[in-house]
Design a binder for this molecule. Structure first.
Ligand code: IDP
Ligand code: MG
Length: 181
């Protein structure tokens, strides 16, 4: 199982799309293991959008993202990062496929409703950036047996090797961060 970070951006909140967006992820079969309303801080966003700092739209993007609170979600599921990116659609909402969140609800390349992590590695960093460990809650969900087939299900259990190695990676990264601080 994998985890990914989703942010329902200020336009999603202001346009009353929180329920609609969360429902799409829930109905797909993704499990919500973290959820909060928070006004994002400039220092968090500087890290989060560091790859865009030289772009002409950077300041506008920062203003937009700090304008009102966002909804932050951690979603878990098999191949969650790729699955969520597919549900979200391409960056430019005008070109996003019909049926995707951006394709169905947005018209802009900037105010495009949601953020979703791009790779597994980025997802781990983004989850650590926005969530404290105690804000992520693991639990058994009753619909689980109906969402995955047998061989897929085995990978869900906490003893799952892939999941375990993720946990080891978090612990290592955290320890390294602590040493630097
Ligand atoms: P992504 O959100 O689809 O992963 P990125 O290229 O990582 O797209 O860009 C992050 C965010 O920056 C976008 O979701 C969008 O809000 C904003 N952005 C990206 N490109 C542009 C642009 O050309 N003009 C204005 N805003 C942009
Ligand atoms: Mg991105």
């Amino acid at each position: 199982m994998r985890r990914t970070l989703v942010i329902i951006k200020p336009d999603g909140v202001n346009r009353c799309l929180i329920g609609e967006v969360i429902q799409r992820f829930e109905r797909k079969g993704l499990k919500i293991i973290g959820l909060k309303l928070e006004r994002l801080k400039v220092y968090q966003l500087k890290d989060h959008y560091s790859h865009l700092s030289s772009k002409p739209f950077y300041q506008e993007l920062m203003n937009y993202m700090t304008s009102i609170p966002c909804i932050l979600l951690v979603l878990e599921g098999k191949d969650a990062v790729q699955v969520v990116r597919t549900l979200v659609g391409s960056t430019n909402s005008r070109e996003a496929d019909v049926g995707t969140i951006r394709g169905d609800f947005a018209m802009s390349v900037q105010t495009n409703i949601v953020h979703a992590s791009e790779t597994n590695e980025i997802a781990e960093k983004e989850i650590q950036r926005f969530f404290k460990e105690e804000e992520i809650i693991e639990y058994d969900q009753l619909n689980f047996n109906w969402i995955y087939c047998g061989s897929e299900k085995e990978q869900y259990h906490p003893s799952d090797v892939e999941w375990k190695s993720d946990q080891e990676q978090y612990a290592k990264a955290k320890e390294e961060k602590r040493k630097i601080e």
